[in-house]
Ligand binder design. Structure first.
Ligand code: DX5
Ligand code: ZN
Length: 218
């Protein structure tokens, strides 16, 4: 399975998102990662469905929406209607992840489940058979530009082994502090989608960085 690159627009210039997204699309990015924060589940506020709707008009790449919000069941629909291709929510945010997964599928989008650094792999294992991606946070969610937590590598390996042994159709996505070095480390541990914000949009040449990340192999 090849490694997919999902630039996170959190580190892009929000005043020229269309240009930023076109730039990474042209450079070979696979998905566009959209970080949604509500100031409640995480201590930061970012974007809502209106921005997704506008972005959708400027890219043909799948919009990979990462909901860091308290009520994903309520907001899945507006984001899918706005053009989200995938909706990933946090296992820590809800009592019944299956109900949210079912709702995302009903809406015609790809479901994903995310786990924070302190949450064990066991909390998502029962749902791996039903989701498109499991998003392992490699920083505490809330802000871009934080340092990669190397102690997440065993969690990635554990999930990878469960996915492989059961032949689940689920990719491991990693998010937080991903650059060429940590991208290679996580890919070797089993990650198949690399989210990268600061290392791409904070680089002097974001397109060159996308191309560098695209060369990472498992
Ligand atoms: C953090 C977000 C990430 C963030 C990653 O809460 O979920 O997607 O944009 O940014 P970098 O790559 O800068 O760590
Ligand atoms: Zn994210």
């Amino acid at each position: 399975m090849s490694i997919l690159i999902a630039p996170s627009i959190l580190s892009a210039d929000f005043a020229k998102l269309a240009e930023e997204v076109k730039l990474v699309e042209k450079a070979g990015a696979d998905w566009i990662h959209v970080d949604v924060m509500d100031g409640h589940f995480v201590p930061n506020i970012t974007i809502g469905p209106a921005v997704v709707k506008s972005l959708k008009r400027h890219t043909s790449l799948p919009l990979d929406v990462h909901l860091m919000i308290t009520d994903p069941l309520k907001y899945a629909e507006p984001f899918v209607k706005a053009g989200a291709w995938g909706i990933t929510f946090h296992v820590e945010a809800v009592k019944d992840p299956s109900a949210v997964i079912a709702e995302i599928k009903r809406l015609g989008a790809k479901p994903g489940l995310s786990i924070k650094p302190k949450t064990p792999a066991s909390s998502v294992i029962p749902f791996l058979k039903d989701i498109n991606v499991v998003l392992v946070m490699t920083v505490e969610p809330g802000f871009g530009g934080q340092a990669f937590m190397a102690d997440m590598l065993p969690k990635i390996k554990e999930l990878s082994s469960v996915i492989k042994s059961n032949k689940y159709d689920c990719r491991i996505e990693v998010d937080g502090g991903i650059d060429a070095k940590t991208g290679q480390l996580t890919a070797s541990a089993g990650a198949r989608v690399l989210v990268a914000g600061n290392s791409i949009f904070g680089a002097p040449n974001p397109a060159a960085m996308v191309k560098t990340l695209k060369k990472i192999t498992a």
